[in-house]
Design a protein around this ligand. Structure first.
Ligand SMILES: [Fe+2]
Length: 358
């Protein structure tokens, strides 16, 4: 029998001397706890209360015969092994029961001690294996859940740290070309607020914020001579400048959690009427995040100080945004923007500046 595994055996026989003989058989075995009873009715009650691994029952008994008892045992202790002991005269009935109530083993009376002990032991071993298997399956299930949650936490950490790193990079880029360090972070938060107004939520809202924050990351590949040139750009310089959306899209490739977000950098210079670049997409061909971005980017540009001019008012921005609805901007998104009170935008701006952008 399996080392260290205690098993509980129930023996039911209306003949008291056989009950005693059975108990004696396992008397010296510490790992086997034997209960016996001469009453099948009492046996049914015991089955309710004790987790038996093996049930051995005589066939012929008053009130409730062995077949009925083992059938009850199957309902109450489905994992236990059931053994039926029958005299030769009742062998046909006993054989029938094997199929009907699912008896695991049939033994004949008078029993041979050695045969009965070995039958009980192998049944016990089987029952213990089933029990142990169930226990390990549960433990395995818990471990799998634990691992899944650890994985989830790791993914979250990678997202958070990579996100912070990229935010820092965008702030550095903001400083390089506009001297307004928090422009990218602000349009990210503004885009989230506008997304909420449009009824977007969950992961998609995160993608929109991230995408908007990273919209200009491709400028990392544009030379200072072009990016910072004070005067008008030559055709060649424009070509270089206009590569930054595709470059941003490319830079973010392979970062799993940015797979959707990176469409925003690619589309952020497209215009609703199809006159933007790089692909001249129109309407809903432009991803939602980029259509949202276009509106909040204009708002932020107008209401922020620039090296060459002071910030202008909310009303100026509002007039500009309304004027370009249907041309540069998706009119549905402009409408949602108009529904948001100006105080919301000020609050976001103030919060970002207060936290140093975090
Ligand atoms: Fe850009």
């Amino acid at each position: 029998m399996l080392e260290g595994m205690a098993v509980r055996v129930l023996y039911v026989d209306d003949e008291p001397s056989l009950c005693r003989a059975f108990a004696r058989m396992f008397g010296s075995d510490q790992r086997v706890t034997v209960s016996t009873t001469t009453s099948s009715v009492e046996a049914a009650t015991l089955l309710e209360n004790e987790p038996f691994d093996v049930i051995v029952s005589d066939l012929r008994m008053p009130f409730m015969d062995g077949i009925e008892l083992l059938s009850t045992a199957r309902d109450k202790r489905p994992d236990a092994r059931r053994l039926l002991v029958s005299g030769f005269a009742d062998l046909d009935t006993a054989l029938n029961a094997i199929n009907r109530v699912g008896v695991d083993r049939l033994l004949t009376k008078p029993w041979n001690t050695h045969e009965l002990m070995s039958a009980v032991r192998s049944s016990a071993e089987h029952a213990v294996l089933v029990r142990e298997n169930a226990r390990m399956a549960t433990a395995l299930h818990h471990k799998a859940e634990e691992l899944a949650s650890m994985n989830h936490e790791l993914d979250r950490l990678v997202e958070e740290r990579t996100g912070n790193l990229l935010n820092g990079l965008c702030s550095a880029l903001d400083l390089r070309d506009s001297e307004t360090q928090w422009h990218s972070r602000r349009v990210g938060r503004y885009a989230r607020r506008l997304g909420e107004e449009l009824g977007v939520d969950g992961r998609i809202l995160d993608d929109i914020e991230r995408g908007a924050t990273l919209h200009d990351i491709g400028k990392i590949g544009v030379r200072d001579a072009v990016l910072l040139k004070p005067g008008p750009l030559s055709d060649e310089e424009w070509t270089e400048m206009r590569r930054h959306p595709a470059l941003g899209h490319e830079i973010l490739k392979g970062i799993n959690f940015l797979e959707n977000a990176r469409l925003v950098p690619l589309h952020h210079q497209e215009r609703f009427d199809g006159t933007g670049y790089p692909a001249g997409l129109r309407g809903e061909e432009i991803c939602l995040g980029a259509r949202i971005f276009a509106v909040v980017d204009t708002y932020d540009a107008i209401t922020s100080d620039r090296p060459y001019r002071k910030a202008r008012s909310y009303d100026v921005a509002r007039a500009e945004i309304e004027a370009w609805a249907g041309r540069q901007f998706d009119p549905r998104i402009v409408q949602a923007w108009l529904n948001i009170p100006a105080t919301d935008w000020w609050r976001i701006r103030r919060d970002i500046e207060a936290l140093g952008g975090d």
